[in-house]
Design a protein around this ligand. Sequence first.
Ligand code: ZN
Length: 449
Amino acid sequence: MNHQSLLLGMLFGALLAMAAASGNSSDSMALPADNEYLHPNGIQMRFDDTELWRIHNVSDALLQTIPVAEIMEQKFGGNIWKENSKFLDISIDKEQVKAARSFLVAHRLEAELLVDNVQELIDEEQLDGVKGTQAQPGSRTKKASRDGSGMHWNDYHSLDNIYAFMREIRAKYPNICRLYTIGQTAEGRDLKVLRISENPRENKKIWIDGGIHAREWISPATVTFILYQLMNNWENQPAHIRSLTWYIMPVMNPDGYQYSRTVNRLWRKNRSPSTRRQNCFGVDLNRNFDIGWNGFGSSKDPCSDVFRGDSAASELETQAVANFLAKRKYNLEAYLTYHSYGQMVVYPWAYKAVKVKDASVLQRVADTAVNRIAQKTGTTYQAAVTHQVLGIAGGGSDDWSRAALGVKYVYTIELRDRGAYGFILPPKYIKDTALEGWTVAETVVQAII
Ligand SMILES: [Zn+2]
């Protein structure tokens, strides 16, 4: 691209952003402009010198009744990235680093420094995305254009772009696609599900979702890739793929996703305002489903990152998905939900330390998926029961789909990586990671028949 067209491109991007901000954008009325590259109002949060730690032996401390994660979150403003039976990944702002360190030393806990400046990861992610899209029609600065979404997997995409991509697929295959708006969020965004089916009445069904947790950007990227894999060549897909009804929801938490893209890269929850605490927003949607809701692994504190909500299924997103699926539970054979990070394929239960009765079947299918991933990309994933590797947590959509709907093949896929970048996975890894996600879906589908 020469200098002049680059300038024109930037100007065009800025004009589009202004049009969107003034409400002229056809699809995003009254929504804030998604324009993270230009940062028009400069309100994006920064994480300069914020450190990411891995604290080992957390469960030992728990035995001595020290809730390390909770203390780090409440006393030192820590942001929990990942918590499991072996370790806790948590980021600490520079102002709190010293105090938090003394706390750990006092309790004989070791903190391994994973990242010494989280902002550098975020900057690198952005730069990598810009680099990867220079030759692409849909770049970071552009919104979905009239002649298509410009979808690609060299970078992460805005909600608008993802929805444009879904509309594009529907337009291309009107006879087998149906695009549902299953509800709205607290901030008024649509919740969209695409159904692909040659025979909706009789086919067995599979549900796939992504983006329950806002900051796990690789998840919507993977789910849109799955959509592409299916529809790019639908006519030539094998019978086991074409004979299913696919429900695909790339972004279950649109408010959170856009907030993570424009304001706080590390945001996890949705954005519903708390009725009890004025300055605290958001419910962890994956703690809000009506299964083991009031139990372990979630918080009743609206300021916590794992706030479960004031009641089970209190959130619009949870209600929309639960109602939609409850009406379609007949023949629903698989529920796949994509998260990051950790490189795992896990199955119920999460809310209690018990395996489902057909755990050996679920383990076998997960093992197959994991082996295929290793062959395809060389990446190591782990297949296991959720509570054993991620700890006990109630209110998850995966457990709910098994308990309330009786779905057999229920899997949560924790995509890349294992902590080097965490949620801030550089765009250059999207394609291979998405291929890994597709491999799991493909393997599960073969098991259904
Ligand atoms: Zn998640």
